[in-house]
Design a protein around this ligand. Structure first.
Ligand code: NAD
Ligand code: UGA
Length: 434
């Protein structure tokens, strides 16, 4: 089967490589020429564990190719996936669909023979139908179906999530499209991954609903953590007690500095807008968005409290800048809100991250210093803030860390460490909800 992935970003590159691994002939097409040149030269533009060897293996086998050209690529495709970005629009919170629609117009010109155009990007209800209209208008002779196949992978474990998904959701309008997509995903049958076939709209809403529900769990546990801090109780014990109820489940009940990344923030905002536009009520998700913003500001207050009430002229060492470990993605990372606010309050900041320091330096104020060496980040620090739970921060040599510092405060925004051990080591330790 010939598959074209429009957009060679986190989703397009990972899912394209995985389809190639399953035996399809895949071409990843991106308008970013530098990205495509890098991929052709064997350089992976993002940090995603395991992706380099997957790309290398399938490129060598001739099943994975890269191009910037629609002409000569689309004509041969059985399936064209649209996996371009759908960021928040500049004004308001709607999903910006300009990249999706532009891809649809470019695809339309070159369609030749029956082709399925599949939305893999996260898009509001009605987008697949609009893609269909755009293509039919631009090329009335085209023989095609549209489908919706939202992607549920997570960054950092993207390949495993794609290869062993909890489910695959396929929204279709025709038996022919249904059969072809089921054939493409047939290799997953070995693991008995449930494949749910729906109409276009249900598939589109399922994706937003899934992300919004997971984000709701996080904001919920962050509020319970705040309650524990004020009323008593240990949120870790509470989360365990909650999660053992199989109706609730233990995942996504880990408190932290607010959810970030390229998806939960934008998708919760877009769902609220979609609901408003449709005349539906979306109060829960609206509250999730607000709680998440407040959570980041609460983290600023927590750090300032650990500094004795003022950040003025204090030295802060920050461990971790990305929105979660095992990715270099800085989109909507909580550090992008928390660090500028600490600077505004007069702090000096030195930061470390295993993957994202070059990217972070372009997004954060220039006043922040970066340290290539983990422990040197804490030189003369009044407080160490653990922002992202990278593995290398989970087993810190605490004595060594403390020798570098001038103060002894440690603020653990991921609840990685044990209070009593930290106190034995001489730290003034604070965490979330304990
Ligand atoms: P990304 O920004 O990493 O990549 C998007 C790519 O599309 C870019 O390389 C860009 O150059 C390219 N592009 C834009 N317009 C194009 C066009 N007209 N033709 C060809 N290429 C074009 O984005 P991403 O993180 O891969 O996300 C893509 C979509 O998948 C979004 O809708 C996102 O919500 C969704 N999604 C993302 C993840 C994730 O973990 N990142 C997971 C599930 C779903
Ligand atoms: C998320 C979803 O998990 C994927 O299923 C979805 O496909 C993807 O969004 C998307 O649509 O793009 P991702 O953003 O890669 O994946 O990362 P997550 O592991 O979900 O974490 C998101 C944020 O929530 C991170 O900032 C993380 O630190 C935070 N989080 C997560 C918590 O604070 N607590 C938790 O218990 C879990």
């Amino acid at each position: 089967m010939n598959v074209v992935m429009i957009g060679a970003g986190y989703v397009g590159l990972v899912s394209g490589s995985c389809f190639a691994e399953f035996g399809a002939n895949v071409t990843c097409l991106d308008i970013n020429a530098a990205k495509i040149e890098a991929l052709k030269a064997g350089n992976i533009p993002i940090y995603e564990p395991g992706l380099d060897s997957l790309v290398e293996r399938n490129s060598r086998a001739g099943r994975l190719k890269f191009t910037t050209e629609f002409a000569g690529t689309i004509e041969n495709a059985d399936l064209v996936f649209i996996a371009v970005g759908t960021p928040t629009e500049n004004e308001g919170g709607h999903a910006d669909l300009k990249y999706v629609y532009s891809a649809a117009r470019d695809i339309a010109q070159y369609l030749d023979g029956y082709t399925i155009i599949v939305d893999k990007s996260t898009v509001p209800v009605g987008t697949a139908r609009e893609v269909k209209r755009i293509i039919a208008d631009a090329n009335p002779q085209a023989d095609f179906d549209v489908a919706s196949n939202p992607e549920f992978l997570r960054e950092g474990s993207a390949i495993d999530d794609f290869m062993r998904p909890d489910r695959v959701v396929i929204g279709v309008e025709s038996q022919r499209a249904r059969a072809m997509l089921l054939e493409l995903y047939r290799p997953l049958n070995a693991d008995q991954a449930p494949i749910l076939v729906t109409d276009l709209e249900s598939a589109e809403i399922t994706k937003y609903a899934a992300n919004a529900f997971l984000a709701t769990k996080i904001s919920f546990i962050n509020e319970i953590a705040d309650l524990c801090e004020k009323a008593g109780g240990d949120v870790q014990a509470v989360a365990k007690g909650l999660g053992l109820d199989s109706r609730i489940g233990s995942k996504f009940l880990h408190p932290g500095p607010g959810f970030g990344g390229s998806c939960f923030p934008k998708d919760t905002r877009a769902l609220v807008k979609l609901a408003q536009d449709s005349g539906a009520s979306c109060r829960i998700v609206q509250a999730v968005v607000e709680v998440n913003h407040e959570q980041k500001l609460r983290m600023v207050e927590k750090i300032v409290r650990a500094l004795g009430g003022s950040a003025q002229d204090k030295n802060i060492a920050v461990l971790g800048l990305t929105f979660k470990p095992e990715t270099d993605d800085m989109r909507e990372a909580s550090s992008l809100t928390i660090l500028p606010e600490l600077l505004r309050r007069g702090a000096n900041i030195r930061a470390h991250d295993p993957q994202s320091m070059a990217i972070a330096a372009r997004l954060l104020p220039q006043a922040i210093e970066y340290s290539d060496e983990l422990y040197a980040t804490a030189a003369n620090a009044d407080v160490v803030v653990l922002m992202t739970e990278w593995n290398e921060y989970r087993g810190l040599q605490l004595e060594k860390l403390k020798r570098f510092m001038r103060g002894n405060a440690f603020v653990d925004l991921r609840n990685v460490y044990d209070q009593s051990i930290m106190e034995e080591q001489g730290f003034s330790y604070s965490s979330i909800g304990r």
